[in-house]
Design a protein around this ligand. Structure first.
Ligand code: THU
Length: 130
């Protein structure tokens, strides 16, 4: 199954009673396995978590730390962009050339690389002097 289809399927399980904006995310890891996540909101709004964060957590819990490909989908007027925090989370586990497909439920697709989503990313090298 196409990675965007995995994202669309898990989006049905999103818990988004406050925003009514359901998001699904799917990650293909280096091993080829697929991990999915959806947004999970909370009545204490800042406690909600994004779909991408859920998919990353599932991948790491399974013992993998290398993202090969990502898909994110929502019922959005244009392909849904990951929030700033999720861009940093994706950059933690995916190289700059990893492709992220942003999708809408009505069939629009936009593919971007992590390096374009987070130019000038903060990385471990910025903590090293000499
Ligand atoms: N959301 C995601 O899950 N991923 C994104 O990339 C954008 C935003 C969620 C968070 C919140 O539950 C809802 O969408 C509205 O912001």
């Amino acid at each position: 199954m196409d990675l965007t289809e995995h994202a669309a399927q898990v989006r049905n399980n999103a818990y988004a009673p406050y925003s009514n904006f359901k998001v699904g995310a799917a990650i293909r890891s280096a091993s080829g396995a697929v991990f999915v996540g959806c947004n999970v909101e909370n009545v204490a709004y800042p406690e909600g978590t994004c779909a991408e964060a859920g998919a990353i957590a599932a991948m790491v819990a399974a013992g993998e730390t290398e993202i090969a490909e990502v898909a994110v989908i929502a019922d959005s007027p244009t392909p849904v962009p990951p929030c700033g925090g999720c861009r940093q989370k994706l950059a933690e586990f995916g190289r700059g050339d990893v492709k992220v497909t942003l999708a809408t439920t009505d069939g629009q697709r936009l593919t971007m690389e992590i390096s374009a989503l987070l130019p000038g990313a903060f990385g471990a090298e910025h903590m090293e002097k000499d």
